[in-house]
Design a protein around this ligand. Structure first.
Ligand code: FAD
Ligand code: DLZ
Ligand code: SF4
Length: 508
């Protein structure tokens, strides 16, 4: 029989490891739209539509390249609804001599695949996913040599490994590894040159998927009205070019900025494509470097962007696999509160949250500082149960897969891993949000106030978070300043602040 090669929904490149190792003439590529993957969490409608449409287009591309593709649609009458049960059916159909598959991005799917060899009594080969720069073995040995994991040092090793922005003498370009000090500018309120991502018009394939999703997933969060994603490699390349030409030259400057009714700013909007396989991350970084060398992009922007990809993206993936399947159960700060309803509706008077959540519902997208310092920070200082927060992030973003979402949520945003991924909690009050955005100007709350009916809730919650976690955080040297300030506050102010926070939390 032939080789059977299952290709999962986030493995959409002809270069994926299992295909590179096979021959077209004696292989069957199996692609499966399955109910379990659409429902293990209730993904945003636009996320499901993006993945299924990209899968269908990818099947066409593989076919054009000469592969035999067996494609099972979600509404196929005999679809059994899971990867394992659909592979079982394909084994009956094709009587393969072996299965070759590229490793998945999740422990859950990994354990399914590991059951196949016994279940089907044929050899199963799991190929390492070499779309990533850093292999599991490499990350494990990097981590084993340290008593503390820190992205910055990992990133330097990835710079050395790739040679990206390195001089011939092996020094970082410009003499520094990191130019973040230049990257914390608020954005101008009006900028007529502000870039905008391409809005791709749905073709017939996408339209059929949109109709099916609207019909079958009506009870999932999110709108399909603004569906704008690229669904092919060629379209993703067009958005890549748009970003490189228009946004990258200011990417660094405004990386942390937020503006009312501007969901995209100078961000790339490329994560859904990189994660699904439509774009190659290293190739993108090489192009960014070339544009820096050609004088089209300043160093702080090129370095900042490359760090997100070969630094953060690779680092969080390393942490996910290194820490094992129980990483998502951690709750170092013992946060227990339920996720407030407004995370599902965007209906809250807190304007920053209404904006970040509202655009998430519309587009399946929010940029990093919104995810970290608005929805993430609020969940952190309000003490929301990390598991519920994790499920929310996994559901609502078009780029969300567990390997990347979980460490960002559990580790970076919520500090629920107790400081494994990052050295201190990203907790902040309203002053930070006011500095980096124009949200507060049109908010019903007063960002300058800590107590009172119109006081910005982030302020009392921030101090309440500090006070509540004194036992766990006060010895962290990077938290010395907030604890000093808290101790310096008058006793009655401290009491009023905690009362204000308690009242607000009760109202949730
Ligand atoms: P840009 O700002 O243009 O950044 C360029 C690229 O760098 C991104 O496309 C992405 O590939 C990479 N990148 C940047 N930051 C990170 C990071 N922290 N981790 C990994 N890659 C990064 N990113 C996801 O891809 N999927 C997720 O599910 C996800 N969940 C997140 C959850 C939380 C709580 C937080 C704080 C961050 C999360 N991120 C996630 C990281 C980041 O917010 C997104 O990668 C980014 O907003 C995607 O938009 P963009 O392509 O416009 O990014
Ligand atoms: C996220 C997702 C969804 C919604 N649907 C499918 C699907 O129908 N078929 C498929 O192959 N993959 C899907 N995916 C992506 C998988 O969940 C993803 O491959 C795993 O999370 C492993 O990374
Ligand atoms: Fe958000 Fe507070 Fe500013 Fe309102 S005042 S937008 S709640 S930070």
């Amino acid at each position: 029989g032939p080789l059977l090669i299952p290709v999962l929904g986030d493995q959409l490149t002809p270069d994926i490891a299992a295909l590179r190792a096979a021959h077209r003439d004696d292989s069957i590529v199996l692609m499966m739209e399955v109910a379990d993957e659409t429902a293990y969490v209730k993904h945003h409608k636009a996320k499901i539509a993006f993945i299924l449409s990209a899968m269908r287009h990818h099947a066409e591309r593989l076919h054009a390249l000469g592969w035999t593709v067996d494609y099972v649609t979600l509404d196929a009458p005999d679809n059994r609804g899971s990867f394992t049960s659909e592979v079982a059916r394909a084994v009956e159909r094709h009587q393969p001599r072996a299965i070759h598959v590229t490793e998945p991005g999740e422990w859950r799917v990994r354990s399914m695949i590991e059951s196949w060899e016994t279940r089907f009594a044929i050899p199963v080969t799991i190929h390492e996913d070499d779309r990533f720069l850093c292999s599991h073995a490499e990350f494990d040995s990097w981590a084993a040599a340290r008593n503390q994991l820190r992205m910055e040092f990992f990133y330097r090793d990835m710079r050395r490994k790739t040679g990206l922005l390195m001089t011939d003498a092996g020094e970082p370009e410009g003499g520094q590894w990191n130019y973040d000090a230049d990257n914390r500018k608020p954005a101008p309120d009006r900028d007529l040159l502000m870039p905008h991502p391409i809005r791709f018009r749905p073709d017939d394939v996408t339209q059929a998927v949109l109709d099916m999703v609207a019909d079958r997933f009506a009870d999932h969060i999110g709108s399909l009205d603004y569906f704008h994603f690229a669904v092919t490699h060629d379209e993703a390349l067009r958005q890549r070019k748009r970003f490189l030409d228009d946004a990258l030259p200011r990417f660094g400057d405004y990386q942390d900025a937020m503006l009312t009714d501007e969901p995209f700013l100078w961000h790339s909007i490329l994560s859904p494509y990189i994660n699904a396989g439509l774009l190659d991350p290293l190739d993108l970084c090489r192009e960014v470097k070339a544009r820096y060398r050609a004088g089209k992009v300043p160093l702080n922007c090129a370095e900042g962007f490359i760090r997100q990809i070969i630094g953060w993206r690779e680092y969080v993936r390393g942490v996910y696999w290194h820490e094992g399947p129980d990483y998502g159960k951690r709750n170092a700060l013992e946060a227990q509160r339920d996720l407030p309803d407004f995370y599902w509706t965007g209906e809250t008077d807190m304007h920053c949250l209404a904006q970040a959540i509202g655009q998430t519902i519309d587009h399946g997208y929010a940029h990093h500082i919104q995810r970290l310092m608005i929805t993430g920070n609020f969940a952190l200082i309000a003490g929301i149960d990390p598991h519920q927060v994790h499920v929310w992030y996994l559901e609502v973003y078009a780029d969300a897969y567990e390997w990347v979402e979980m460490p960002n949520t559990i580790g970076m945003a919520l500090f629920a891993d107790g400081g494994l991924l990052g050295s201190k909690p990203y907790a902040a009050g309203g002053a930070y949000i006011n500095r980096m955005s124009n949200y507060c100007g049109t908010c019903r709350y007063d960002v300058k106030k800590r107590v009172g009916d119109d006081a910005c809730p982030f302020n009392a919650l921030y101090w309440d978070f500090i006070a509540r976690n004194e036992r766990r955080l006060a010895r962290n040297p990077r938290m010395a300043m907030p604890y000093r300030n808290w101790q310096r506050m008058k006793e009655e102010d401290r009491a009023a602040t905690r009362k204000q926070a308690a009242r607000f939390l009760e109202s949730l």
